[in-house]
Design a protein around this ligand. Structure first.
Ligand code: ADE
Length: 226
């Protein structure tokens, strides 16, 4: 899978995508993440990509031309399944949205900034808008990082133990069971006996039971969803 991220702040994202699991996914050829500096796509001699909004509103708006240039250049090289704009008024990002995106070959993530982007881009070039939560960030970079991370980690082969991605919170609309490691007794804080029993079937039952218990306790709303 290939993810192209268009941003005015590629430096923020470079370090993030060059660390452990995401880096390994790219080295193994399972994912390609390409960062594009929007300023490389403007003819403005000061590399400006924003301007004042019509109507006298406050803030600055990202202009059509550099965004159009960048998206058109990418689209001339390959087909994209989605051109996604990260925005607080987009659809809510969930595990099921991540699962769907992970099946695609190529996606573009456009990070917003300032007051927003010229609406004509949203009308003509964007195929999907995604929000990572009901709060407003200073830019879409963190949202793009969240989306790319959640999508890449579920590509088969990215996480060593495939089972671990499947047993995540939210994969079945359930929270995950608690996990423990050595020592079995730390300052008198004990690991549940069942996990030391070696009885795989009973341990599996315990795990499923914990998933339901924790979901009922912490996120009962998830049990109401289909
Ligand atoms: N840009 C600013 N805030 C955002 C949010 N909550 N989700 C996605 N993109 C954003």
């Amino acid at each position: 899978m290939r993810i192209d991220i268009i941003t005015v702040l590629p430096e923020i994202l470079e370090g993030f995508f060059n660390q452990s699991i995401l880096m390994r996914a790219q080295k193994k050829g399972l994912a390609e993440i390409h960062l594009h500096n929007l300023r490389d796509y403007t003819a403005d001699k000061h590399r400006r990509v924003d301007d004042y909004p019509y109507g006298g509103f406050a803030g600055m708006v990202m202009q059509c031309e550099p965004i159009d240039n960048c998206i058109s250049s990418l689209k001339s090289q390959r087909h994209y399944d989605e051109v996604i704009f990260t925005s607080p008024d987009g659809e809510q990002f969930t595990q099921s949205v991540a699962n769907g995106l992970s099946l695609y070959e190529n996606i573009i993530l456009l990070c917003g900034h300032y007051k927003g982007i010229d609406h004509r881009i949203r009308e003509h070039l964007i195929t999907r808008e995604i929000s990572i939560g009901d709060y407003v960030l200073t830019g879409g970079e963190l949202a793009a990082a969240v989306i790319a991370d959640a999508v890449v980690r579920i590509i088969p082969g990215v996480i060593g133990d495939e089972q671990s991605a499947l047993s995540d919170c939210f994969q079945d609309n359930l929270l995950a069971a608690p996990v423990y490691t050595r020592p079995a007794d730390y300052k008198g804080w004990k690991v549940p006996d069942i996990l030391l029993s070696g009885d795989e079937a009973r341990i599996k039952d315990w795990e499923i039971n914990q998933c339901y218990e924790r979901t009922r306790l912490l996120r009962p709303d998830l049990l109401d969803e289909d």
